[in-house]
Design a binder for this molecule. Sequence first.
Ligand SMILES: Nc1nc2c(ncn2[C@@H]2O[C@H](COP(=O)(O)OP(=O)(O)OP(=O)(O)O)[C@@H](O)[C@H]2O)c(=O)[nH]1
Ligand SMILES: [Mg+2]
Length: 402
Amino acid sequence: MRKVPRPDASPALDRDDCERSHRYQALSIIVPTFREAANIPALAEGLHAVLAESGIEWELLLVDDNSNDGSQGIVAELARRLPVRLVVRRGQPRDLSLAVLEGIRLARFDRLVVMDADLSHPPERIIALLDALDNGYDLVIGSRYAPGGRVDRRWSPWRVLNSRVATILAWPLVRCADPMSGFFATDRRVLPDPQTLHPLGYKIALELMVRGQLRVKDVPIEFRDRTLGASKMNWRQQLNFIRHLSRLYLYQFGGVTCVLCFGLVGGSGFMIDVACYLSLQWMGVEHRVARFLSFWPAVSWNWWLNRGITFSKRRQQPHARQWLKFVASSLLGLGVNVGGYTVLTSLVDVFARQRLLAFVCSVGLGGLVNFLVANLYVYRRHTASTQSAERSPGSYSTSGSS
Ligand SMILES: Nc1nc2c(ncn2[C@@H]2O[C@H](COP(=O)(O)OP(=O)(O)OP(=O)(O)O)[C@@H](O)[C@H]2O)c(=O)[nH]1
Ligand SMILES: [Mg+2]
């Protein structure tokens, strides 16, 4: 469970103080990039326009996942007159969050801003983020959903809904209006040890806020859609977000999350079961055969989601063997369910009269057996040796000047 957030660390500074401190506190701007060659010049110029005026010493550190799109040449050209450098990650799967952690480790300065390359995050708001940081917050989010903030007007209703649902799902984890944002300011010295971080996909700010128990502040921004280059957001990243979220819930709320996830997965499997059962009959399949056949896609769906979400941090076993174990545990659960119903309605008076109650109890009992077997056997926990072999982002250098 999370610790109580720290109380306000420092008194508010007035505007002049803030401007003075910006002048002296240098800033590393970390930008993860993948195929963003078209956006890099405008980003660097935009930052220069804002920061040259403020007097803040700064660097733009692009952490690229081996895009091979000419980014390196463009940065070399820009570096002749602007403080821009590019680090290329090679030999590792591409990952936005790990790229940001790499940037945090390699940054010259402790004070950091993280933003996207595609100009969705307005550089003009960096000073406002730094003001809030100087007012004693650990992490300041450039927020589309704080009062005064806005998403791009061209967003389709589907995109608005998608973003809103994702945001609401993360709200129980953090006190922040826009925990999905990729635009934030922080100080490396307050961040949690990277060994304790297990980000997955795009939501590195959410990972830092939850595991770091940081004091967070929202600062409104107007989010603009990219005009150049292509979005890298896809269904795989959406699935990664669900997996990441389940990890954070597990971290924050413990085993209750596992049970809840297992239940939700079971519910979705039930819907698949019903859909297949009805579709097969619609195609002319006899109802008992349809009942037998619909079990398999449903059980496979449940196995796959539990592997990817509910128990994603457990030891990964070979697919076929684990699937067979899961089928066996589901059949055991079904046996307990149907057997329990038979025993209850035959031997206990109250259940003989209230069969629906017997039905509900036996479903619960079957589900519990199913969960226990899945938890203890099908998706067994890591052993000490496999745990230590987990990838970890290494440790931050704390030698950067500020
Ligand atoms: N290093 C690295 N950067 C990435 C990766 N995927 C995306 N990025 C960068 O992360 C930032 C956000 O990615 P976008 O594709 O804009 O995703 P998004 O902002 O969630 O989605 P859109 O609103 O559709 O643009 C951009 O600067 C990307 O270049 C990755 O795998 N590795
Ligand atoms: Mg973007």
